[in-house]
Design a binder for this molecule. Structure first.
Ligand code: PMP
Length: 392
């Protein structure tokens, strides 16, 4: 059997329609197949390779760590340079109140940690989240998800969770003195890039302050430069109590974090109650890769190009079949009439060598979230092929 057949027979599937792109190598914005295929990856793995695939500085950091050690002990016991240096570098990108980092393996685990921390710190049980939110696939993170179809089969999920509408001021009334935390994405990703007003975030912060509710922002997709600032919340002039990140954080390696004030995080140390324990969380190789990723974003001034590149996409992606383009920086959703119109366009674009995708909770919009390193030439080439794919 060849790899494609083995993929379908032995590897558990997550969908009836896998993209089935066979990849042998990836570099920068490109993926390469075994038979000379070459694709522009407009979705960065899946929102991961913000600095491009196999960035040389990330590879170098990984190699240097490989030469030292791979794994030693459960996170938080041994003093390990990659972890402490990463924590310091992360805090330097953040307002002073966010000064304590808990490193984990993934986005879902970071959300789990954040929810547990909010419950421990506030001694409250209720959590509010948003309609159409995606926070992960584990039971806790699924519980705060905002899509009933995805949740139905797994009930009972966590009790005490209420979904409110994202961006709707009047729903902030539901946050009250029993609410441990509200968790939301700064920019809703899987809902198809949904953006709330500046005023919404101001009111949200105020309401959380009044009720003693912790504000958890999930920047697993929007963080690490994706929206043009290092963190998307910078654009709304608020500071969360707990920040959650992953995906782009590792430059292609698995790592996540939830970040809070040292006083808040301190409750996890109060024995005999377990806080959060993770064997592989903050894996030294991933931590080294993550530190290098932060440095690449800073030293290559990647944030400065995001808005220009996003505007170029918007200028080029004009076609009667494109209804609108929603974006926050290079987190973009290109809206079509329906899934039936979009699906063949995505398929034809892949045949032409451009990889896009749709969203979990929005199947009439094309996902575009390229590496921030993409060049003007590559954007022009990709958009030409997308327009050809639209024409049929
Ligand atoms: N939150 C958001 C906003 C996400 O986009 C994702 C991943 N799509 C997650 C959480 C879950 O992250 P992971 O797949 O690493 O568990």
């Amino acid at each position: 059997m060849n790899n494609r057949q083995l993929f379908l027979s032995h590897l558990a599937q997550t969908t009836d329609f896998p993209l089935m792109i066979e990849v042998e190598k990836a570099e920068g914005v490109h993926l390469y197949g075994p038979n000379g295929e070459k694709y522009i990856d407009l979705i960065s793995g899946i929102g991961v390779s913000n600095v491009g695939h196999r960035h040389p500085k990330v590879l170098q950091a990984i190699q240097e760590q490989l030469d030292k050690y791979l794994h030693l002990m459960v996170y938080g016991e041994y003093v390990q340079s990659p972890q402490v240096q990463l924590a310091k570098a992360l805090c330097e990108t953040l307002p002073p109140s966010l000064n304590n980092v808990y490193l984990v393996n993934s986005g879902s685990e970071a959300v789990e940690g954040a929810l547990k921390l909010a419950k421990r710190y506030t001694n409250r049980r209720e959590i509010i989240s948003c309609v159409n939110a995606y926070h992960g696939s584990s039971h806790g993170s699924l519980s705060v998800g905002g899509n009933e179809i995805f949740k139905r089969a797994y009930r009972p999920l966590l009790p005490g969770i209420r979904n409110i509408r994202f961006g709707e001021l009047e729903d902030l009334e539901f946050i009250n003195a029993d609410t441990a935390a509200i968790i939301l994405e700064t920019v809703q990703g899987e809902a198809g890039v949904r953006i709330a007003e500046y005023g919404y975030f101001q009111a949200l912060r105020k309401r959380c302050n009044e009720t003693g509710t912790l504000l958890i922002l999930d920047e697993i997709q929007a963080g690490f430069g994706r929206t043009g600032t290092f963190w998307a919340f910078e654009q709304f002039f608020i500071v969360p109590d707990i920040l959650v990140c992953a995906k782009g954080m590792g430059g292609g390696m698995p790592i996540g974090a939830f970040i809070a004030n040292k006083d808040v995080m301190g409750v996890f140390k109060n024995n005999p109650l377990l806080g959060h324990i993770t064997t592989f969380g903050g894996h030294p190789v991933s931590a080294a890769a993550s530190l290098a990723t932060i440095r690449v974003i800073q030293e290559e001034n990647l944030l400065a190009g995001v808005e220009l590149k996003a505007n170029l996409f918007k200028e080029l992606l004009k076609h009667p079949k494109i209804k609108s383009v929603r974006n926050k920086g290079l987190m973009m959703a290109v809206e079509f009439e329906s899934f039936e119109v979009l699906k063949p366009i995505i398929d034809r674009a892949i045949e032409k060598g451009v990889i896009t995708d749709w969203f979990l909770f929005c199947d009439d919009a094309m996902r575009i979230a390229p590496p921030l390193t993409i060049s003007e030439k590559e954007i022009r080439e990709a958009c030409t092929k997308i327009l050809e794919a639209i024409e049929g």
